[in-house]
Ligand binder design. Structure first.
Ligand SMILES: Cc1cc2nc3c(=O)[nH]c(=O)nc-3n(C[C@H](O)[C@H](O)[C@H](O)COP(=O)(O)OP(=O)(O)OC[C@H]3O[C@@H](n4cnc5c(N)ncnc54)[C@H](O)[C@@H]3O)c2cc1C
Length: 357
């Protein structure tokens, strides 16, 4: 249906599962594809007129949609355009594919995004949870985020410090959740810069080399590691029908981490000299690998629960084995959370955004 007086095309009762990487979820009451900033404004007016809620959809790679779907308007952001300046600043519209942008930056020999190669989704989705991989996070190179502020009805520019990036978090998925629609992101990259090799598995790949690897070589190494864990979307790999990591790695202070270790020892899950792997991520803050906790709590890769399962290649990814319902994914999620809580006395928090529950 076309909205009178606007160029907006609205579809009704649209199945949402095909718009997501995990392939789960019911229909949207309304769906529109916003290809211009004007479309975004028009779609918000459309929803306001009908008093229906709005969900902003990017690439659908970090969401779990309920079986009953979404009872309002889904605005799929398809804004396009990329501009690169000579000083390493690159601006991309929110609907651009993140990995296409990364490849383009690598072709221009710009360092800063190579470790994020292979992460699915859009440029606009990247700041939401401050996507990260192999020791790097998008927030380290994001210099500006242009947004539409649904509270003041104005377009604003937020600097990196306004976004308050943290581990899998920003203002966009915490205190200001759903307030802003991201229109454009500016990255400040390093022309001819040295790639980061912060992650052990990545460092090992280049350990025998005397020269520093290029950004392109680091991208290829990252993609190889990710493919081995089904962390790159592929039609040929059913283990990639997921939302990526389903759980965040718990971030604890040293006392809390010690208590988790003591719980594991009491249950005979750690030998006396053995430690739970810990990654220091800031003063007094340590990240414990959720995949390790899940496996030690007794779940193996490939564990099935109806049509949902743990990926055969990564204990942190829950997959749709074919025709899974959101209920089945949630049942598996809860089973894992309960067993990890009983075993380690710690809560695993889910990473994806739950829509329509
Ligand atoms: C195989 C696989 C591997 C993955 N690996 C990683 C990884 O290594 N690291 C990592 O951090 N993540 C990873 N992810 C998760 C996911 O790719 C990222 O979170 C991605 O940034 C989500 O972007 P999206 O465009 O798909 O967002 P969506 O899934 O469409 O939406 C996610 C959230 O962002 C909001 N949103 C999206 N676009 C906008 C916008 N323009 N304005 C306002 N809000 C918006 C949505 O409303 C929703 O709340 C992986 C996922 C998969 C399937």
């Amino acid at each position: 249906m076309a909205e009178p007086g606007s160029s907006l095309a609205i579809e009704e009762n649209v199945a949402l599962a095909p718009f997501t990487s995990i392939g789960v979820g019911g229909p949207a009451r309304f769906l529109t594809r916003a290809r211009s900033e004007e479309h975004i404004l028009q779609s918000l007016l459309f929803a306001e007129k009908r008093g229906c809620p709005v969900f902003v959809l990017g690439g659908g790679s970090n969401i779990l949609i309920s079986d009953s779907g979404f009872p309002g308007l889904v605005v799929k952001v398809e804004l396009g355009g990329i501009r690169a300046a000579a000083d390493g600043r690159v601006s991309a519209a929110a609907g651009e594919d993140l990995d296409t942008l990364i490849r383009l930056c690598i072709d221009k020999n710009l360092a800063g995004l190579e470790c994020l190669s292979g992460i699915p989704g859009t440029v606009g989705g990247a700041p939401i949870q401050n996507v990260g991989a192999y020791g790097d996070e998008a927030g380290e190179v994001i210099s500006l985020v242009r947004v539409f502020d649904r509270r003041s009805n104005r377009i604003l520019e937020l600097g990196a410090s306004d976004c308050r990036f943290g581990y899998r978090s920003s203002i966009f998925n915490t205190e200001e959740r759903e307030r802003y629609i991201i229109l454009e992101v500016e990255f400040a990259l390093r022309p001819g810069g040295t790639p980061h090799l912060r992650y052990e598995e990545l460092r090992r790949r280049f350990a025998a080399r005397s020269s520093i690897p290029s950004v392109g070589e680091v991208r290829e190494a990252v993609l190889q590691i990710r493919r081995s864990k089904a962390m790159v979307l592929s039609e040929n790999d059913p283990d990639s029908r997921s939302v990526g990591s389903f759980f965040k790695n718990p971030v604890l202070d040293s006392d809390q981490a010690d208590r988790v270790e003591q719980a594991a020892r009491r249950r005979g899950l750690l030998r006396t000299s053995e430690r739970i792997p810990r990654f220091v991520i800031g003063p007094g803050k340590q990240k414990l690998p959720a995949a390790w906790l899940i496996e030690r709590a007794g779940f193996s890769k490939g564990y099935c629960c109806g049509r949902a399962a743990i990926s055969g290649k990564h204990a942190l990814a829950l997959i749709n084995r074919g025709g899974a319902s959101a209920e089945e994914i949630l049942t598996l999620m809860q089973r894992i959370q309960e067993r990890v809580r009983e075993t380690f006395e710690i809560d695993l928090r889910p990473e994806p955004v739950f829509v329509g529950f």
